[in-house]
Design a protein. Structure first.
Length: 610
């Protein structure tokens, strides 16, 4: 081993949480080292001065048959990552050990993915930036199950504002506030006079069509009536700035990536970099002169001081390149250590080191949004396959008294037709040619009469924290560098399945109201097929990995305190979605960013005291 280097703060992971933490600490002249498992190539190619490199990623995506979230990015066997295409049906009840990075123990497959690279999963996210509801922070208090957070919406609200400014969220606060009259449970409070840094992204033709078509509609659950409203979605992509706000442009070239142009491949990669990614914040961190990013460094262990129980050293393997397994073991030390590697990777590192787990909660309470899709044909052309993936949703059922019995859900309105449920048009047009023998004018008529009417809804269904849904490690399952692969134990419980059944009923009512011809089919061969009260439903992964090192009120039931510090080790902080005790119905990135700004403030205060 090489001599142990000393830093004020060592951060593990260069995704959005690590980037925020580094930027905040670097701005205060703290000496910071980020250890990143990825190669750093993505960061260089996202720099628009390297036009050829970025366009090579675009070309890789455009020519890929499976346009999955990680499609543009090269595989790195020294920092492997899960892929959507790895997911398999577990109907035989046997573990899946040889298909992809995850070892799937079931009984249901965990279908979500993430990216191990500079920038993290923001390299391929959609950009949805929803705040949580006030009631989401007190599920146990309000509904008798789940967990309460040790912080409230009011405490987090100022950090939401900071995060929305950093990401550059485009939205109108008045749109988000409609719920106060119709359904107080899903009302999102804002500070008086506050608005988002940029105007909302224009809603699509489909959004406006649905807004008109659903006027006056409501659904009834347990004798409560919930008015259905179409609401624009806050998004982390550049719109029209308000006041003197100036959006962050493309990395390395602030004259590019200024405004969303409505391209239809936000997931995984924006052609003009109008969408936020954490490389933009990481670039700001580097300009402070106090932040170093060290790539190809996979953290494998941590050592403690036997007297203070502080993290004394971070041990990592720095590999030579992705084509070999050659590496050198090195160590570094920080006055404070911050784990920001991702909910799954953070848990894996802690379990491998055998630390921070006096509560036996490390790895537990893994959550996602099992996403149920419904699809059909509108009675008229609604402009499918145009614009960002989603520009509006129906948040009417994100909260309410029904959560005592079943999961809440948010409805996403998809602009890209049947691309998700059926692979259209890539996998469906060949069927018209090869199987139905259509060509020429007849083929054009078939496409023009059907494809512009394709319509899809996505129901992001809540999960409750369950200690049996967890990440573990096993000596039998390691990657080529000898690091542990995550072993996933996962089940969709009846609470969530009841929410899926309710979501399907709501979808049927929406389709009938709009005159949609339904084509939804759930098959037993689907990897995410589950049943509830005799009916079958299929779920997909949302990529919203939450839990595994939850915050809480005491060291017996949680991994970190409200300040995001480990209960067990005074100089160890954890950041990321793993700290969240519940997932509720909002995409978690904005809340994670707000929590990380809060954590960075606490780290700075801790450094002042040492």
């Amino acid at each position: 081993m090489t001599k142990c280097e000393q830093f004020d703060v060592v951060i593990i992971g260069a995704g959005i949480s690590g980037a925020i933490m580094a930027q905040q600490l670097g701005a205060q002249q703290k000496k910071v080292l980020i250890l990143e498992a990825g190669t750093g190539t993505d960061g260089r190619f996202f720099n628009n001065n390297d036009k050829k490199g970025y366009e090579s990623y675009m070309d890789t995506f455009f020519t890929a048959m499976a346009k999955i979230p990680n499609a543009p990015f090269p595989n790195n066997p020294n920092a492997p990552q899960p892929l959507v295409t790895d997911t398999r049906n577990m109907s035989d009840g046997k573990p899946i050990t040889n298909n992809g990075y995850f070892v799937q123990m079931g009984p249901n497959p965990f279908a979500s993915t993430y990216t191990r690279s500079e920038g993290g999963t923001t390299l391929h996210w959609l950009g949805t930036c929803l705040r949580m509801l006030p009631e989401d922070f007190k599920l146990k208090t309000h509904f008798g199950h789940g967990l309460d957070w040790p912080i409230s919406y009011d405490e987090l609200q100022p950090w939401y504002e900071v995060a929305e400014t950093m990401i550059g969220v485009s939205a109108n606060a008045r749109d988000q506030n409609y719920q106060q009259i119709d359904n107080p449970a899903v009302h999102i409070p804002f500070r008086e006079g506050y608005d988002y840094p940029m105007e909302k992204i224009p809603q699509s033709f489909l959004d406006n069509y649905m807004n008109q078509g659903l006027q006056g509609m409501s659904v009834t659950i347990d004798y409560h009536h919930y008015p259905i409203k179409v609401v624009s979605t806050p998004q982390g992509r550049n719109g029209m700035p308000r006041g003197d706000y100036r959006p962050v442009g493309a990395v390395g070239n602030q004259n590019l990536g200024q405004r969303c142009a409505g391209n239809s491949n936000c997931v995984p990669i924006c052609p003009i970099q109008a969408k936020y990614n954490a490389l933009k914040t990481l670039a700001q961190a580097k300009t402070t002169g106090f932040v170093e990013v060290r790539n190809q460094c996979v953290v494998s262990d941590m050592a403690l001081d036997e007297y203070t129980h502080e993290v004394k050293t971070v041990i990592y393997k720095q590999y030579t390149d992705t084509q070999t397994t050659d590496y050198e073991v090195k160590t570094v030390s920080g006055r404070i250590v911050v784990l920001a590697a991702h909910a799954v990777e953070n848990a894996k590192i802690l379990l491998a080191a055998g630390i921070a787990n006096s509560s036996d909660q490390v790895g537990r309470n893994l959550m996602d949004h099992p996403t149920m899709l419904t699809w059909g044909l509108m009675p008229t052309d609604i402009g499918a396959f145009r614009g960002p993936g989603s520009t509006s949703g129906i948040p009417s059922l994100r909260g309410g008294e029904f959560r005592r019995k079943q999961a809440a859900f948010r409805i996403e309105i998809g602009n890209w037709g049947w691309s998700w449920p059926a692979g259209a048009p890539i996998s469906t047009v060949p069927d018209l040619i090869d199987n139905k023998n259509l060509y020429g004018a007849e083929l054009k008529r078939a496409i023009s009469s059907v494809y512009p009417r394709m319509f899809r809804l996505g129901f992001l269904v809540e999960q409750l924290p369950d200690p049996n849904n967890r990440v573990t490690i096993d000596e039998r399952y390691k990657d080529q560098l000898g690091n542990y692969r995550p072993v996933i134990h996962y089940q969709v419980t009846d609470y969530t399945r009841a929410g899926m059944a309710q979501a399907k009923q709501v979808s049927d009512e929406l389709f009938a109201y709009l005159g949609v011809e339904a084509y939804t089919q759930y098959k037993q061969s689907d990897p995410g097929y589950v049943t509830y009260q005799g009916e079958g439903y299929s779920y997909n992964g949302a990529g919203h990995l939450v839990g595994t090192h939850i915050m809480g009120f005491n060291a017996q039931t949680s991994v970190v305190d409200k300040h995001q510090r480990s209960w067990d080790h005074p100089n160890l902080y954890l950041v990321g979605c793993g700290n969240m005790p519940t997932i509720s119905t909002s995409n978690p990135t904005l809340t994670m960013a707000a929590l990380t700004y809060w954590a960075a403030d606490n780290v700075l205060k801790a450094l002042e005291q040492t």
